[in-house]
Design a protein around this ligand. Structure first.
Ligand code: GAL
Length: 378
């Protein structure tokens, strides 16, 4: 039953009997007494072209399903109007809670207002929804630290720094290029800021040189995080800034999909094999990229355990369904332009080749066979 119907029923019951008031907040009498099978959670995911979002969608659906909830899972094909329409439909079909990973963090204010009017709590999933007061909770990772970890992995790959953070033996100078994600994704800015704060001292002292001179996020961002966009930009960089026989030594890439595009451009230009592949970072531990790390092509990725993120989304959704407030572990970082959204942030782990087994295989995230094949079974 939808929260709207419950809101009406709830106040009727309240008017009839004071005993109905159990003091459990939220005002509607809520869904507290409802069986999971009577409750629907709308889950809106951005795209199926990236394996990580498929894993996220599956994990959230499975975990909610295991508790008996109905799940309305939709993917929007990275198309903003499609996502708006899908969220609208979830609301009209009577969702009791919404879990949304936005394509464009600023494009859903209208839908979120409709959700608020219908008393449907909204959980922003991994990507913060901006410019709306109607975001009730945010589950994500420490996104600034993701950027720090990516830059640190680049420094380790170049030999400038050791894994423990101590000074490495290499002194450079090294030619690097920078990439960022989609400007309409709040996370892209956090990743880039974390990375740049970490790289800046090394750029300032000449250890690292951004040969193209492109160091502003607006210059290095890739719309919708598209692999082809990253490949094209890397090709352009090679033509414009490395046509003098100079070599690229490292590339800061904030996402495995972009890293694969960058690596393709580099391979097409003759890098790899005897011609040392530049140090290329990543994020998400997508299986195709884990294989590339295992094969010594990609340097590293940042692992964000989507199983834990899905768990947190489910915990938050259940809290709302029981008219409780989900427990935040951060109430200061994520200002969405209107308010600070209470958040639950998870830690991240850097995966170089040596960490594939202990972090990804031993934890059951992937099997050794999947890593070898570069393809996940489910
Ligand atoms: C971000 C997310 C990253 C990566 C990227 C591209 O919002 O935090 O982990 O998945 O989108 O999908």
């Amino acid at each position: 039953m939808s929260r709207r119907v419950l809101a009406v029923l709830g106040s009727a019951v309240l008017a009839l009997s004071m005993a109905a008031c159990s003091g459990d907040g939220a005002g509607s009498g809520g869904n507290g007494g409802d069986k999971p099978a009577d409750l629907t959670i709308g889950v809106s995911m951005p795209t199926q072209t990236s394996e990580r979002w498929i894993a996220d969608g599956n994990a959230v659906k499975e975990k909610l399903g295991a508790k008996g909830y109905k799940v309305d899972l939709q993917y929007a094909g990275d198309d903003i109007p499609t996502q708006s329409q899908q969220v609208d439909q979830m609301i009209t079909r009577g969702a009791d809670v919404l879990i949304i990973a936005a394509i464009d963090g600023t494009a859903l204010s209208g839908q979120l207002q409709a959700a608020a009017d219908a008393k449907i709590p909204v959980i922003a999933y991994d990507r913060l929804i901006r410019d709306s007061p109607n975001v009730d909770f945010y589950v994500s990772f420490d996104n600034y630290k993701v950027g720090v970890a990516q830059a640190s992995a680049l420094l380790v790959g170049l030999g400038v720094q050791n894994k423990d953070g101590s000074k490495g033996t290499a002194t450079g100078p090294f030619n690097i290029e920078l990439f960022a994600g989609s400007l309409d994704d709040n996370n892209a800015h956090f990743f880039f800021n974390g990375a740049m704060d970490t790289l800046k001292p090394f750029i300032d002292d000449g250890t690292l040189k951004v040969k193209s001179g492109q160091t502003k996020i607006e210059q290095v961002a890739i719309l919708r995080w598209q692999q082809e966009g990253a490949q094209k930009r890397m090709e352009d960089l090679l033509t414009s800034s490395y046509n003098d026989r100079s070599k690229v030594d490292g590339v800061l890439s904030p996402y495995d999909g972009l890293s694969r595009g960058i690596l393709t451009a580099l391979q097409n230009a003759g890098y790899g094999g005897a011609n040392k592949m530049p140090v290329v970072t990543g994020q998400d531990a997508e299986i195709a990229s884990v294989k590339l790390i295992n094969d010594g092509v990609q340097n590293s990725t940042i692992f964000k355990d989507t199983r834990l993120l899905a768990d947190q989304a489910v915990v938050a959704a259940e809290a709302f369904l029981q008219d409780k407030t989900p427990e935040a572990n951060d109430t200061s970082t994520y200002n969405n332009g209107v308010k600070v959204v209470p958040s639950h942030l998870l830690p991240v782990q850097t995966v170089f080749k040596d960490e594939i087994k202990p972090i990804l295989i031993d934890s059951g995230y992937y099997t050794a066979e999947e890593v070898a094949a570069g393809q996940a079974k489910s």
